[in-house]
Design a protein around this ligand. Structure first.
Ligand code: ATP
Length: 382
């Protein structure tokens, strides 16, 4: 392995009807189908207990599926023990050997790799350390390194074995917020350089949005939505995904006219154009709009997709402010306003009008899963 070569070809994953039921009847993974392309940075995102780690552990071979298939590069790995699979795992706890120096920690795995001649070990370890930019720390012990540096060594130790797929289970979870931010960028750039498939497990939505080529949002052992970060954030299909990923303004609406793409909804007494999912029947529904797409304006109500509102609360966040407003039907929503001037543009008690552009206002599909992740939703809080 050299730091400037890109591996291509291997590392595609196909998961079919994967299920895991633990003794005692706890269903951790409830029949998931998933394809990950070779060289993709793919994330499994979801709240605690949704089945991310169990999925990863079945990929690694540490856990046996109750049902379903896992194919890596087209080969069913059901009978392949963990150490013979073309995958390696990086855990949240670095699990480095405290009595060995960095170089020996990285070399350790190679000692058991029968196909790596002893003479090749030095070059491979050096290349792995270079890849994670830790060459100068080769002689240090783990307790002489920061948390971030230890995680980079754990990465080098996994990469030195040249897996086709690297599985990462909340690898940044033990680090403080600032370090996590800088390591995100390093990890993404590392993945681009080595070109192998990364399957990354996290409950941190920002992390998944920033780093992934595609991601799957999981809840209760099922995949709720799968796609590129922008697609999932902008077009959440369910209330659960809208609410889990970022801040969602959720509103009760009556869907009046449906057609391909834009239809009409009633929010209280006001009629608005909105995106309606295909096949949606006229009747009650839930609509979502992100705070950065909900604009506050002064003046009368002329123009489309506008309705009157009252400012209730303004939360100053430095470069932006969250402005909470109450709509005529009683729903509380928020707008994210960029602070370009010295004074707050809005204060509580102000009358304003809200503009919700039709392309940003989406009616959600009907789903059975209304699990709430946390108290993020403004309409719940309001
Ligand atoms: P977290 O982010 O908290 O690690 P997760 O999404 O990774 O959560 P899993 O660890 O996959 O979730 O767990 C999914 C479900 O399966 C949970 O309800 C958990 O309690 C259950 N579970 C996990 N391992 C076992 C086990 N060995 N025996 C019984 N139940 C288990």
């Amino acid at each position: 392995m050299t730091s400037d070569t890109t591996q291509t070809g291997g590392g595609s994953i196909a998961i079919r009807g994967l299920r895991k039921e633990f003794e005692g009847g706890s269903i951790a993974v409830d029949g998931i189908d998933l394809d990950v392309a070779s060289g993709e940075f793919f994330s499994l995102l979801g709240p605690s207990g949704c089945g991310k780690t169990t999925t990863l552990r079945m990929l690694a071979g540490f856990e046996q599926p109750t049902d379903g298939q896992i194919l890596i590069d087209g080969t069913d790995v059901a009978q392949t023990p963990p150490h013979k699979r073309p995958v390696n795992t990086v855990f949240q706890s670095y699990a480095l050997f405290p009595h060995m120096d960095v170089w020996k920690n990285v070399e350790y795995g190679l000692r058991w790799a029968k196909d790596v001649p002893k003479g090749d070990r030095q070059g491979k370890v050096d290349a792995a350390l270079e890849l994670v930019e830790m060459t100068e720390y080769a002689k240090r012990r783990p307790n002489q390194l920061s948390g971030g540096q230890q995680q980079r060594i754990a990465l080098a130790r996994a990469l030195v074995l040249e897996p086709s797929v690297l599985l990462l289970d909340e690898p940044l979870g033990a680090l403080d917020a600032k370090l996590r931010h800088s390591l995100r960028a390093q990890l993404t750039s590392l993945q681009r350089r080595v070109g192998i498939t990364f399957v990354f497990v996290t409950h941190d939505q920002e992390e998944a949005l920033e780093m992934s080529d595609r991601l799957a949002v999981m809840s209760r052992g099922k995949i709720m939505q799968l796609g590129a970060p922008r697609e999932i954030y902008q077009f959440p299909r369910s209330e659960f995904v809208a609410d889990f990923l970022g801040v969602a303004n959720l509103m009760d609406v009556q869907v009046e006219s449906v057609g391909a793409g834009v239809g009409r909804v009633k929010l209280g007494d006001f009629t608005l154009d909105a995106q309606i999912p295909e096949g949606f029947q006229a009747g009650p529904g839930r609509a979502v709009i992100r705070p950065e797409s909900l604009h506050l304006e002064e003046g009368d109500l002329s123009g489309d997709n506008r309705l009157p509102a009252m400012v209730e609360r303004v939360v100053y966040l430095g470069s932006t402010s969250q402005v909470f407003v109450r709509l005529p039907d009683g729903t509380s929503v928020q707008s994210l306003v960029t602070n370009a001037v010295h004074e707050e543009p809005w204060s509580s008690g102000d009358a304003c009008r809200v503009r919700m552009p039709a392309e940003s206002l989406h009616v959600l599909e009907h789903t059975e899963d209304h699990a709430w992740s946390d108290a993020d939703s403004v309409s719940k809080a309001g």
